[in-house]
Every structure is written in C-alpha cells, then in structure tokens.
Design a protein. Structure first.
Length: 255
C-alpha cells in the first residue's frame, strides 16, 4: 500500500500516471486537502481518500506533494507514523538534508517529476538518503516506473536536472504554440497546425531517444546544403534561439 499527501499539480499527475498505466488504484491512499480537487480525481481514478495523515499508517511508501509552505507542518505530523516507511518528497525545497532534519528520520528521498508523468512519459530525478538500501530503491523505482523514466542523481545535480526536465515542458509548449502560429500564418488550419507541431515533437523526441546519434548529428541529417531547413536554423540562430533557451534555464535556476 502506498500513500500520497497532496494531490495537486505534481501529486495528482503522479497518481494519474500510476493508475492510467496499470498500478492498482486499490493500493493507493491519498490524504487530500480542503479543496474538491482530490475528490474529483478520486471519482476519475478510484483510489481511497483519507482526511488525516495518521490514516496512512498502513502504507509502506509515502509520497509528499504539498507546496513548500506546507512541507514542514506535514513532516512534523508525519513523525508519529513514519517508522519503517520510505518517504519521498516531490516538493522543490524538500532536500534530503531538510527532510531528515525536520522529520527526524533517515529513510527519505527527494524527487522532482515533470508533468508528463501523467501520461507515463515523465522524467523524474531522485536523490536518496544514504539509509536507502538497494531493495528500498527498487521498491520506489517499481512504483515510479509506471510514470516514466526515473534517474538517481547526487543532490547537487537534482535542482538543475529538475529545471531542465521539469520547467522545459512549458518551454516546449511555447515552441509548439509558436510553430502552430507560423503554420496558421501560412495557411494551415489551427487544428492541423497543432497536430503537425505536436506530432513533430513526439516523433523527433522518440527519434532522439532511440537513435545512436546525438541531437546535433540528427539536426545535420535534416539540414541539406542550401535547403529550407538550414535557412530556418540560421534564422533561429540569428534571432538568439539557442541563447534564449540557455537564458530561460538560467532564469528558472534563479540566476
């Protein structure tokens, strides 16, 4: 049995990804908040809702998906039932060191999923405390594996990994929207322009993932001498596309 505290944007996306991709909804207990969001999600997915954290006492793994301002109060309330459990926090500020300090417990992990976990195509970075055994890690991986790729990294790399994988869906959505606008400008219907741009993003990503070539080499395969694609690439560079992406990551990192 696994428990969730919070079913908002990320917690709800992970729960959805689990159930939609085959995880047994009867094995999920969610401690919801005051809004109707958790109940609405329960009506769609069928998991159990409880009103108090102590009602998660029978779970083996607890995932925390609350906002940073609520994290410490949740951790303090969790102290009474935490022994013997694995605790994974999705909260951006919930570093392993912070979790251990506030919770007074060692089997904690800090994970940063991105929103595509909702459709089983997510990318989640995770840092475990040194008290996590290989068996503990396998248990967490067996759960989050339903939502996509899970990668263990040192704590000092988790933040930037979370930015590159977690903020970038919004950057890609913006690119898809702009590409669609360009298609409409040149005569495509909005629906067809979106279909083409989204289909391209899916296909190009799948090719990049499965190919032995790096993205630079894949780009070279499309840019024939004097062709339309290299002219478009040159226009992107002329308008600072590459630098804009790097600056977006810098800004998201607080630089």
């Amino acid at each position: 049995m696994i428990g969730f505290i919070g079913a908002g944007s990320i917690g709800g996306a992970v729960i959805t990804g689990l159930v939609k991709n085959g995880y047994d909804e009867n094995e999920i207990i969610v401690k919801g908040g005051k809004s109707s969001r958790t109940k609405d999600l329960r009506d769609q997915l069928g998991f159990k809702i409880v009103s108090k954290i102590k009602q998660l006492a029978d779970t083996d793994v607890i995932f925390i998906g609350v906002g940073a301002n609520a994290l410490d109060s949740v951790l303090k309330e969790l102290k009474d039932i935490v022994d013997g459990k694995l605790v994974v926090a999705f909260t951006g500020t919930g570093t392993v060191a912070h979790l251990k300090q506030v919770l007074g417990y060692d089997k904690v992990a800090h994970a940063i999923p991105n929103t595509p976990v909702k459709v089983g195509a997510g990318f989640t970075g995770i840092t475990y405390s040194d008290k996590f055994t290989p068996e503990d890690k396998k248990k967490v991986a067996s759960i989050l594996g339903y939502t996509g790729q899970l990668v263990e990294v040192p704590s000092e790399q988790l933040g930037i990994l979370g930015t590159v994988a977690g903020c970038s869906p919004a950057f890609l959505d913006l690119f898809i929207e702009a590409l669609s606008d360009a298609g409409v400008k040149h005569g495509l219907s909005r629906e067809l322009a979106y279909d083409a741009a989204i289909g391209m993003a899916i296909g190009a990503s799948k090719l990049a993932k499965q190919s032995d070539l790096n993205p630079s080499a894949l780009k070279d395969e499309v840019t024939s001498p004097g062709g339309s694609t290299i002219k478009g690439v040159a226009a992107l560079e002329e308008n600072g596309f590459r630098n804009a992406v790097i600056k977006a990551v810098d800004a998201a990192e607080g630089e």
